[in-house]
Design a protein around this ligand. Structure first.
Ligand SMILES: *[C@@H]1O[C@H](CO)[C@@H](O)[C@H](O)[C@H]1NC(C)=O
Ligand SMILES: *[C@@H]1O[C@H](CO)[C@@H](O)[C@H](O)[C@H]1NC(C)=O
Ligand SMILES: *[C@@H]1O[C@H](CO)[C@@H](O)[C@H](O)[C@H]1NC(C)=O
Length: 384
């Protein structure tokens, strides 16, 4: 059994954490929360979402996130694919040259991507750590992590909590919170790989229809590090202001690294409106639509061009009603290139190395401040 610890306060003090003596009885055990029409499971490892069930247009429950049936594989095969369903941090996305400065002090973080950039917090980012389940009810669950001073090169002992909740409006909410005892940088995100067709009719998400309410993206070089420029989406493959299928301009989408076709870009929201969804995507086959609302200034959309047929499509039925029917039932079905999409709500990529963008995009977390981030994922059936 997992020890459940309830914290009434939002900011966790280091003293409380030391007393709590968290245990990891089984970081790979699934914990499920549910509300009307939505059910989600998580494991402590990476504070990872392993399953998210919502009904399709025929009322059949579908699991729309990728993951492993055998949850120990998240740890045994962390690169297939990377960051699968996990919370990424301490600094999501990339840090150019694995180098940054806070005031006059220079820090170095692991070059875990092609030996030239730090991706999602380094070799042992938050996605690879065992978090502690600290609170759970029928419809919400919270995980906590202590990242020590110097962890992956980042300064300050940081305390992070992530609260996941679902409600009867078929919404999944994430509330992230972090503090540090020294000035540090912090940017957290959820790295779910979505497939709203649940592999019922297609191997890829090219049919999925996506809309992103943004008119600018961050220009990046071949290693996906910002050049500093913002580009107008007008007339580019990255224009998702009007809904279009992901496949429509895919062949023209080449700003995703060296020799690459696909999307791996960061769209900007000049003034995120808390009343509006920043991104909406649906699969015509199942009708399942996901709308995302966040208080963050940017959204990274990755079109899973790195998926290469090594992650098996989930087989097991974890849901208590209905069944997970797929188009075919071969033993050896794997997720193919473009078989999913990732939508990360976050701050500007590598803002710490672009002070000219302004302090609010730097990702600096001062020791007296609290990092907060809210994101919600609203599921519904798309209406034409
Ligand atoms: C790049 O990283 C190396 C080693 O981490 C460091 O010595 C160098 O100063 C960095 N270059 C820049 C431009 O920050
Ligand atoms: C990474 O780059 C450093 C410095 O250029 C080099 O010494 C090292 O061999 C490289 N490592 C790998 C795995 O390519
Ligand atoms: C997470 O827990 C598993 C199971 O106890 C263990 O094998 C693994 O080494 C732990 N990971 C870390 C980074 O401590």
């Amino acid at each position: 059994m997992v020890t459940l610890l309830t914290f009434a306060t939002t900011v966790l003090s280091a003293a409380l954490v030391a007393q709590a003596k968290p245990t990891h009885d089984d970081p790979f055990q699934r914990h499920t929360i549910k509300a009307k029409g939505i059910e989600a499971s998580f494991i402590e490892y990476g504070a990872t979402i392993t399953n998210l069930w919502v009904d399709d247009k025929n009322g059949v429950p579908r699991d729309v996130v990728l993951g492993w049936d055998d949850t120990t594989q998240y740890n045994l095969q962390p690169g297939i694919p990377g960051f699968l369903g996990a919370v990424v941090g301490r600094y999501a996305n990339r840090i150019g040259n694995g180098t940054f400065s806070i005031d006059d002090t220079k820090y170095h973080t692991p070059l875990n991507e092609k030996n030239i950039t730090t991706l999602h917090g380094g070799d042992m980012g938050f996605n690879r750590l065992n978090w502690t389940l600290v609170d759970k009810s029928k419809s919400d669950i919270s995980f906590r992590l202590t990242s020590p001073d110097g962890d992956e090169g980042f300064p300050g002992t940081a305390e992070i909590t992530v609260k996941y909740s679902v409600n009867d409006h078929q919404e999944w909410h994430i509330d992230y919170e972090g503090v540090s005892d020294k000035d540090t940088i912090m940017m957290l995100s959820s790295h779910g790989y979505w497939n709203l067709d649940a592999f019922t009719t297609s191997d890829t998400v090219e049919d999925h229809v996506l809309q992103i309410a943004s008119d600018k993206y961050i220009k990046t070089d071949g290693s996906l590090i910002p050049t500093g420029e913002f580009v107008d989406v007008e007339g580019t493959a990255l224009d998702f202001r009007s809904a279009k299928s992901i496949g429509q301009d895919l062949q023209e989408a080449t700003e995703c690294g060296f020799d690459c076709i696909g999307y791996d870009n960061c769209w900007l929201f000049s003034d995120p409106n808390p009343e509006e969804y920043q991104a909406t995507v649906y699969a015509p086959s199942t009708g399942i639509q996901l709308a995302i609302k966040t208080d963050q200034a940017a959204l990274q959309f990755y079109s899973c061009h790195g998926l290469d047929g090594t992650l098996p499509i989930k087989k097991k039925k974890h849901h208590n009603r209905g069944h997970h029917e797929r188009r075919c039932h071969k033993e050896d079905e794997y997720v193919q290139k473009y078989g999913c999409l990732v939508l990360e709500t976050e701050n500007y990529i590598d803002g710490i190395n672009h002070p000219e963008w302004g302090n609010e995009y730097s990702g600096i977390l001062r020791k007296e401040d609290t990092y907060t981030h809210h994101a919600e994922y609203h599921f519904s059936i798309h209406q034409d």
